[in-house]
Design a protein around this ligand. Structure first.
Ligand code: ZN
Length: 130
């Protein structure tokens, strides 16, 4: 059995490995990714992906765009997204969501071969607005 290098939790096959070779359980992957986002204000060192989730609400099923890390343990609901075309005919999707710091974060995805979203913090704070 392997152990998480951060919290000591035993992990079986479900763990992530950092660039430095650390073994992290999924909750610690979320903590590390969140720390990195908070520190740098962008996702240059954290791979973030988009997904669409169906949620049951009182008004029926709602499709919500989410931005998440690889194990899906860090996840942000988007309050807005916009599908469009990139200049070479590829797909482009823009996302806006409330980041880990109560700021609006903006993400953009290009192409169809992956679902990676490049995200960064904007200057807009949601602390007072919401
Ligand atoms: Zn851990």
């Amino acid at each position: 059995m392997k152990k998480c290098d951060r919290c000591g939790e035993l992990v079986d096959k479900a763990y992530g490995t950092t660039a430095e070779g650390e073994i992290l359980c999924f909750p610690c992957c979320a903590r590390k990714d969140e720390e990195e986002l908070l520190e740098s204000g962008n996702s240059r060192k954290v791979l973030l992906y988009y997904d669409f989730e169906e949620r049951a609400t009182i008004l029926g099923t709602l499709t919500v765009a989410v931005i998440k890390n690889w194990p899906g343990t860090l996840k942000f609901d988007c309050f807005k997204f916009k599908k469009g075309k990139h200049n070479i005919g590829d797909e482009r999707i823009d996302f806006w969501f409330k980041g880990p710091d109560d700021f609006v974060w903006y993400g953009v995805h290009y192409g169809k071969r992956n679902s990676i979203v490049h995200c960064k913090r904007t200057k807009k704070s949601l602390k007072k607005a919401l």
